[in-house]
Write a protein that binds this ligand. Sequence first.
Ligand SMILES: NC(=O)c1ccc[n+]([C@@H]2O[C@H](COP(=O)([O-])OP(=O)(O)OC[C@H]3O[C@@H](n4cnc5c(N)ncnc54)[C@H](O)[C@@H]3O)[C@@H](O)[C@H]2O)c1
Length: 442
Amino acid sequence: MNSTQELLGQRIAEKTARVGVIGLGYVGLPLLHAFIKAGFGTLGYDIDQAKVDQLLQGQSYIAHIPSDWITDWLAAQQFTATADMKRLQEADALLICVPTPLNESRDPDLSCIESTARHIAAALRPGQLVVLESTTYPGTTREVVLPILASSGLTVGEDYFLAFSPEREDPGNPDFSASRIPKVVGGLDPASRDLAVALYSPAVVKTIPVSSCEVAEACKILENTYRSVNIAMVNELKVLFTRLEIDIWEVIEAAKTKPFGFQAFYPGPGLGGHCIPIDPFYLSWLARRHEMPTRFIELAGEINASMPLYVVEQVMEALNDMGKPVRGSRIGILGAAYKKDVDDPRESPAFRLMELLIQRGAIISYNDPHIPVLPSMRHYRVPRLASEPLTAEYLAAQDCLVVATDHSAYDWEFIAKHARLIVDTRNATKQVAHKVKNFRKA
Ligand SMILES: NC(=O)c1ccc[n+]([C@@H]2O[C@H](COP(=O)([O-])OP(=O)(O)OC[C@H]3O[C@@H](n4cnc5c(N)ncnc54)[C@H](O)[C@@H]3O)[C@@H](O)[C@H]2O)c1
């Protein structure tokens, strides 16, 4: 163990090490919370000055993250935020939580990781630990981040340390806050891994050291591919069972009683969120470079992407049963977020649903208690509508209500009472479906 490693290890053990989190979004803020609760001083970095300003005023900009957290952090003097990347020198550990989207051709877009790495390289000093947390393909830490950091002239494993630890945040899940989720840690070398394990250990319930950054990177992609493939499978079975007049939801509840060998996944209107629709394509891109197709990933993507069209067909049939064409019908979408109780619209299938219905001449409106105005989306042509208040009049004025997201805030009894037709993609109305005039699961 060299003296740089020893000194940093000591600062971590004494909790005098300052933890820097780069990218203050859905992942970065809960991570800061975990370190602050563990007693560390922190520094948050984001290129978005508006977010930094809001945090410094004690305000959260994410619905399920209370502003009280931020005011407590500030009051305890354990947190400050900055958009000035020259201050990257001030932190002993730098945890990178920046976006990893797909580009227009659905290939990995690592530009945020690369620019963050360049900022770090410009500020890097001996005794710093850098950990990439953003989801990405195996090899990113070694092949993309390391060469950029090497331009600082410092030596990894001696002067500074580099690791990968995938973020497993499940936004809005009250049972699993960041500190309750075990963390997998892979280092570029043993010293880096040991320091990263030492850093995370007081902040999270369990750390799982693995033999390399690549294993840790692949672990995250495996987890998300597993979800994508299994969701696709139940989505396909939903379409089949609906034809067979078997309720997929009842089937899943029954299958869940098997105490081993089965994990429940649920169908829906398509895939949403920052992770599941995107991350598997990081792996298929890498596989293509190694001249290997990833058929499971491609097939799951194909099935999941076809679900909004399936839902639209169900809406058209349900309207048809009532003697109405979709053209000119008023259709209210309930829920625009990609999953319940969050305010995150990224990749939400509700947007594709709206787009498809608009293309067919429907008059679209929506309600989402967490999304007051629809953001403009890169990939979807949907007007920037405002959320409609869920009044009896609004509900009764819709020819069809499509349940796209099953937010807990919805009063299904009230909605069922006033709706003319409900098409439910989430089994949200299971207790009240019999009270709706016209009803269809989709
Ligand atoms: N949201 C999730 O549920 C979730 C779960 C697990 C993993 N992840 C992964 O975590 C990463 C971050 O996701 P997120 O949901 O927190 O994204 P986000 O968009 O909520 O937050 C990212 C933040 O990074 C900032 N940023 C962008 N480029 C930057 C740069 N160069 N320097 C500094 N800040 C920069 C943005 O302004 C934003 O505030 C992604 O790789 C994602 O796949 C997300």
